[in-house]
Design a binder for this molecule. Structure first.
Ligand code: DER
Length: 254
């Protein structure tokens, strides 16, 4: 299947089902799928009063290039929430837990997602990992540069084989810097178990000794490592109730 066509179909369906033309604030994520989301919003809405909250420099560029009005996350009036936030993902499981951070924007992406009444993950068929996350993606983790080595050691103790600092590819030699001027560590783990799997696992079958983790438990363990700013696992523990409708029919994440 043409991947760009799949991204566009998922984006158009997500906007058709979840964009509110009367919204005051809408979150816009990072990556390439989100460009189709913004195009679909432009098609659907002429409301000049909607303000769009970016999840980093690239996201803001997409909003501005489309002629839409950006508002920085920290400029939102206190107490205000977003009607909806759209974003992409690297992997999505059947419970709509996501691995995010392929674009190194996961910190602001999670800030914006948690500020929204509804988080809509727009993911084409390649991202659908059905049951188990991290079958092909490592977990992106945003880390204070000074703490990189201690965080890597802690990740190995949790069962990650080779947690590596992400380097700038072509555009920059040396480690990539995020919009917060932090580093990204990509940490591979054995496939992560859904909440349902964890509920049915025998005692003692999970954790650092086995290297098998439930999605939510590992997200908490990684976040608790001193030096970690944020981890690229989006799950129910973040209070994110993601919607899932499929343009291919059935309960596939959009
Ligand atoms: O970094 C992220 O989580 C992004 O949303 C991202 O990885 C999805 O990117 P894509 O839409 O270009 O596949």
């Amino acid at each position: 299947v043409d991947i760009e066509a799949a991204k566009k179909a998922a984006a158009e369906r997500a906007v058709q089902d979840h964009f509110d033309p009367n919204a005051k604030y809408v979150g816009i994520g990072s990556g390439t799928t989100i460009i189709y989301v913004v195009d679909a919003i432009k098609e659907k809405s002429t409301n000049p009063h909607i303000q769009f909250v970016p999840t980093g420099y690239q996201s803001r560029q997409v909003i501005v290039a489309a002629g839409l009005t950006p508002i920085a996350f920290d400029s939102l009036p206190s107490g205000e929430v977003l009607e909806v936030a759209f974003d992409g993902a690297d992997e999505v499981d059947d419970e709509l837990n996501c691995i995010k951070g392929g674009g190194a924007c996961l910190f602001q992406e999670k800030l914006v997602a948690e500020k929204a009444k509804k988080f809509v993950c727009v993911a084409d068929y390649r991202k659908d990992q059905s049951r188990l996350l991290t079958q092909w993606a490592s977990i992106p983790i945003e880390v204070a540069p000074i703490a990189v080595h201690t965080v890597q050691s802690a990740l190995v103790a949790l069962g990650s084989s080779t947690p590596v600092v992400r380097n700038g590819i072509l555009a920059k030699s040396g480690p990539l810097k995020t919009d917060q001027d932090f580093f990204i560590i990509d940490a591979p783990f054995k496939p992560l178990l859904t909440r349902a799997d964890v509920a049915s696992a025998a005692d003692g079958d999970l954790g650092a000794r086995t290297g098998k983790w439930g999605v939510e438990d590992l997200a908490e363990r990684i976040k608790a490592i001193t030096g970690v700013l944020e981890v690229g696992i989006f799950c129910g523990r973040n209070g994110l109730e993601a919607e899932a409708v499929g343009e291919h029919g059935g309960q596939k994440p959009v």
